[in-house]
Design a binder for this molecule. Structure first.
Ligand SMILES: [Fe+2]
Ligand SMILES: [Fe+2]
Length: 206
């Protein structure tokens, strides 16, 4: 069942990436109006997701460790903080599009903390080994130290690097995070803007 769900998610994720990247207006008045309406709908939708993010994750967003993430870069010019906020928004969007029954609070909290490793992975850190393989475990240890986490949130964090880390996700929330993280990373690496305004607002709020 999880494999089937993952396939559906991937299809939705691909359409979302295309949708996120659609910022240009089509030629002609009708095309421009349609593009403007679409952008307005999408902006309203993302603002609604921002409210959900704040409702469940405000304490995490403004905690010292999370604020420290602003100093570490993730992909290109995107900090780990911005990446984590972006991933949490994509998770909420995927959950909404699929209509899956998920624990929204866990989805928000696990996704915000999924890269809570708290060091600059571009600098050499021989003590932690290969970042790609080890950072999920380090993020979970740090997150458990600083926050109270439930089983879903722990699974989300520790298994978000599947399939690089071999243990597959156990919960729907964890599967959503696996897909959302890869989508966000692709957008950040190829400089495709996604919800920059909302991410900037949350970065500057802390
Ligand atoms: Fe990660
Ligand atoms: Fe990530």
């Amino acid at each position: 069942m999880l494999v089937k769900e993952e396939k559906t998610l991937q299809e939705i994720a691909e359409s979302l990436v295309t949708e996120c990247a659609l910022t240009e207006e089509k030629p002609g008045k009708k095309g421009a109006n349609r593009a403007a309406e679409k952008k307005e709908r999408r902006d309203a939708e993302i603002r609604e997701l921002k409210e959900i993010l704040l409702l469940h994750g405000q304490d995490i967003l403004f905690a010292p460790g999370m604020q420290q993430e602003k100093e570490f870069m993730q992909h290109g010019k995107v900090s780990v903080f911005e990446h984590s906020v972006g991933v949490a928004l994509v998770c909420l969007m995927l959950a909404k599009k699929t209509g899956w029954k998920v624990d929204t609070r866990s989805l928000v909290r696990g996704s915000l903390l999924h890269d809570y490793f708290l060091y600059d992975w571009h600098d050499p850190h021989p003590e932690v080994g290969l970042h790609g393989f080890t950072h999920a475990g380090i993020a979970m240890e740090n997150a458990c130290r600083d926050f109270d986490l439930n089983e879903i949130e722990k699974d989300m964090i520790v298994r978000h690097m599947f399939p690089l880390n071999l243990k597959p996700p156990r919960y729907r929330e964890s599967i959503i995070l696996c897909i959302a993280d890869k989508m966000a990373a692709a957008c950040e690496t190829f400089r495709i803007p996604y919800w920059e305004e909302v991410i900037r607002e949350l970065r500057e709020a802390g």
